[in-house]
Design a protein around this ligand. Sequence first.
Ligand code: FMN
Length: 380
Amino acid sequence: MKNWYGILTGLLILIMTQAMTAQEHKAKVLVLFYSDNGGTYELAKEIAAGIESKRNGQAVIKQVKASSYPKLKNIPVATVEELPSYDGIAFGSPVYFGNISTGMSEFLSKTVGLWTNHSLEGMPATVFMSAGSGAGKELAIQSFWNSLAVHGMILVSNGIRGFEKTDKNTPQGNTVLGVMSLTSIKNSERPSESERYIARLQGENFAKVVSALKGTFSKKEIPVSEKVTDIASVLKQKQIVLPQVPKPAGNYRPFVRSGNLVFINQIALKEGKILNPGKLGTDLSEEQVKEATKVTMLNVLSVLNEATGGDLSRVKRCVQLTGIFNTPDTYTQHASLMNVASDLAVEVFGERGKHARATFGASSIPVNSSVEIQAVFEVE
Ligand SMILES: Cc1cc2nc3c(=O)[nH]c(=O)nc-3n(C[C@H](O)[C@H](O)[C@H](O)COP(=O)(O)O)c2cc1C
């Protein structure tokens, strides 16, 4: 009996080890897409199913930026830094004016560090798209290839794969460079059965190529100094919630961008009221001024978020922060009050958050705020 038990345990361990080794040997493919209305995501799922159909590939579906669209809001967001960790990438995007979408283009424009570091060279790539009528579809899919060719990726086309079995009665998005869904051609649900079929074949063929080329190129990471962090994920992780952008109280703007510099001035306005108003020492403790300083810096970040079109990852660095505090003449510890703002900048932007700094005491500050912060950031 004991012997049987030993043999069974041994067999179980062998099976588990083999399963784990098989998993390790599978090519890991990122299916990376941008989508407004979910059409590209539908194709992404078919591509992923094709990748996994012959058990030589493992697909990971991610999007290039967070979306509030119900179908997409739980799909994880990829970072630029993780791209070299895959064995191949299938890229998906809607067609915008015969080109790739702004969402995908924005993401690709953050991959300069990968490009100069040759990080994606030799990695297989394939592309898929979702169009409306299909106007400019070949131009669009070709433009997708152009960007990836500059990275030195090995582009895997479809040719006329699957053509024999497609429905010839209605237009299908079977371009030779990659599958496309024609969403405004409504006489069948889109992606149509034929488009889904081609997408699965594309995924299956892509996994074959990726698996054959696995390990033939070096997966070079970008140096830490060039890494661009996804600030939205940092804020989420650190549970930092940006407030609504405070409205200007006169004939000026919440920010001005001049060249690559953004200039912002804020006070401790929270939900329409000044938090902890007054003078340090007379009305307020240091702790209360620090609280007001944090609120002020959050307002600065919120305006900066607006200045970068909602993408704080485009901030190249915090250049300078100036803190002005309502203090008595004899007060000298302004630096410790301002540290709250400086620490928040570094918490959010890391090394890029380190800045030059000035602090002042003032006999009064507008609308009785205990603090005002002037900030200068460099953005992409
Ligand atoms: C700015 C813009 C430009 C577009 N240009 C084209 C185009 O040139 N050709 C086309 O067929 N569809 C075009 N479309 C339609 C989208 O490609 C189509 O709605 C697509 O299915 C969206 O994909 P999604 O469902 O993944 O968001 C355009 C849409 C937008 C918003």
